[in-house]
Design a protein around this ligand. Structure first.
Ligand SMILES: [Zn+2]
Ligand SMILES: [Zn+2]
Length: 243
């Protein structure tokens, strides 16, 4: 297999949600690892345990502006890891959020506050249990609706919390110009799904989903996955192939 290095980590957490370090800790580690770009993407506003507060966004932006001057060789972004809230494909972000952030990544998490209590309790409840074929397609529809409704950069850890139709999701990523994430903590695909991903037109992104500064830019799980399944490197957007 060809060797490669990571060039960007677009999905990292800090103390502003459930991470353990500061924004600067993540940036320093990204610089140490030789990355050109790093994104701070806290859990979205409706995440029950760890959602970042809207009132903290200006402070985070100011900090990133300060750090950008100190670390000019790396581009620092402020994003958010938004939550898919329901089967309508609604996310916990507003027009104003979209304007104040550099990009949006999104996925399903186990417990979120919904737009309406009943709907969200049901959605969270369903996501805890193995899903029927029919529900899996509904979930996939809602992922796709979200991609069509919001300017999304990345769909994160597909199949986590609830199963989706991975092939359809990858096709929708290709169509809507959304990157499909191979997550540093959770790669949850069976052999048929991996085959479908290898043959899809989607573009992929490797991210650490780091909650500890030292894990920023860490892609051990993905390296193993890529090697084991001979995953095509040319489909991955944030690596540099070295030979
Ligand atoms: Zn997540
Ligand atoms: Zn995350």
């Amino acid at each position: 297999m060809k060797e490669f290095v990571l060039t960007a980590d677009y999905h990292t957490h800090t103390k502003y949600s459930d991470g353990n370090g500061s924004i600067e800790d993540n940036v320093k580690e990204a610089v140490n690892k030789g990355l050109n770009e790093i994104g701070i993407t806290e859990h979205g506003f409706n995440h029950v345990k760890a959602g970042v507060k809207r009132s903290q966004i200006p402070e985070m932006r100011a900090e990133i502006n300060r750090l950008q001057k100190i670390y000019p060789n790396i581009k620092i972004y402020l994003g958010v890891e938004a939550n898919l809230l329901n089967l309508k494909g609604e996310l916990d972000i507003t027009e104003d959020d979209i304007k104040s952030l550099d990009y949006i990544i999104f996925g399903i998490h186990k417990a979120t506050y919904g737009k309406r209590i009943r709907g969200s309790l049901w959605f969270n409840f369903r996501n805890l249990f193995p899903t029927s074929k029919k529900y899996k397609q509904k979930v996939t529809d809602s992922y796709i609706k979200a991609m069509e409704k919001y300017p999304i950069k990345i769909v994160v850890h597909p199949n986590y919390a609830t199963k989706c139709d991975v092939k359809r999701l990858a096709d929708a990523c290709a169509k809507n110009d959304v990157l499909f994430e191979l997550n540093g903590k959770r790669i949850m695909f069976d052999d048929a799904e991996i085959e479908a991903l290898k043959n899809s037109n989607a573009k992929f992104v490797l991210s650490s989903d780091s909650h500890y500064p030292e894990r920023v830019g860490t892609i051990e799980l993905q390296k193993e996955f890529i090697k084991k399944y001979n995953f095509p490197l040319e489909k991955i957007v944030n690596i540099k192939i070295s030979n």
